[in-house]
Design a protein around this ligand. Structure first.
Ligand code: PRT
Ligand code: ZN
Length: 283
């Protein structure tokens, strides 16, 4: 039995459950207990505050954990970071009130900085030779400058909206973070094999993120041109149609390039274009 720690509630909870579900680990909808048996694979889910996940995995009380990389760095416990999971993206940044003149990192010498990530900040300042007064607070770090508690903050930024609404400007991006899969160092052979199985399923699910499946009809005369412009797993699938002057073409495209590709295909005569969502890619 493999035990996986995930966040009970909060920003990473839903996507952690979704990633597990798409990987064949189902977590029941009934009232969630602290520790629950999942179905699909021999897995138990341990629901914790994100702050506690690195330590729990380091101790081996859970074999795997899904948590923000920022928490892994801040807590400093010995865990193996196995895989980036592609959600919960954010950064931890230094921000100052918008009316101050920011002159570079030296600005922070002798300043008081409020943060919930004192260890990450201390390491960064030590590396850069900055001596500042790091003031640890939990919650609502962004109001500290206006409240007269600090000269600057070091906090998580995602869209940047919170900084703007508190009259702050992001001046140094220190750590990029996203949800990561962590493991207890030195899992035994059986647990390692189960973890590997899950990791390769996670990879397949992730490969499907941001991808679409494109199906379209094309005059046979335009086929070479279409194949040359299309990305594909190996090369696009081409299926003959009852009308021998036409064929059906199918391929996987990146969502970012979707409209560009569709417009180019239409320009060479493509018709009946279907865009389908794609769940997983197993290579
Ligand atoms: O209860 P528990 O302790 O488990 O949860 P929590 O309240 O400590 O954490 P939670 O659920 O808020 O965040 C969990 C993880 O999500 C974090 O550790 C990050 O890895 C990741 N994450 C991604 C974020 C954000 N984006 C984010 N925007 N965590 C926090 N924020 C906050 C930030 O603190 C700031 O207040 O959102 C605000 C900034 O957002 P923008 O979009 O206005 O810039
Ligand atoms: Zn937390």
């Amino acid at each position: 039995m493999l035990r996986i720690a995930i966040q009970t509630k909060g920003r990473l909870n839903e996507q952690s459950i979704e990633l597990l579900r798409e990987s064949g680990v189902m977590i029941g909808e009934e009232k969630r207990k602290f520790l629950m048996r999942a179905s699909g694979l021999p897995v138990e889910i341990l629901f914790l505050r994100d702050d506690d996940i690195p330590q729990t995995v380091a101790m081996g009380a859970a074999d795997l954990g899904i948590v923000g990389y920022n928490e892994v760095q801040e807590r400093g416990y010995a865990v193996d970071v196995i895989q980036k999971l592609g959600f919960g993206e954010c950064r931890i940044s230094l921000a100052v009130p918008k009316n101050v003149e920011y002159t570079g990192l030296d600005y922070f010498n002798g300043k008081r900085i409020a943060t919930s990530y004192p260890n990450v900040l201390k390491n960064y300042f030590d590396q850069k030779g900055i001596k500042a007064d790091i003031h640890t607070i939990t919650g609502s770090v962004e109001i500290a400058p206006a409240a007269g508690l600090a000269d600057a903050i070091f906090d998580i930024v995602s869209s940047g909206g919170t900084l703007i609404s508190n009259g702050l400007v992001e001046v140094e991006k220190v750590l990029h973070s996203e949800a990561v899969l962590i493991a207890t160092p030195g899992l035994d052979g059986e647990k390692m094999a189960m973890a590997q199985q899950l990791i390769s399923r996670f990879e397949s699910v992730q490969k499907g993120y941001g991808k679409k499946y494109l199906v379209l009809n094309l005059p046979v005369t335009a086929l070479d041109e279409a194949v040359a412009m299309l990305p594909a797993m190996r090369s696009p699938t081409v299926i003959p149609l009852a009308n021998s002057e036409w064929c059906s073409l199918q391929t996987v495209v990146d969502e970012k390039e979707l409209w560009d590709i569709i417009e180019k295909l239409k320009a060479i005569g493509a018709e009946g274009i279907l865009v389908l969502s794609l769940e997983k890619i197993v290579l």
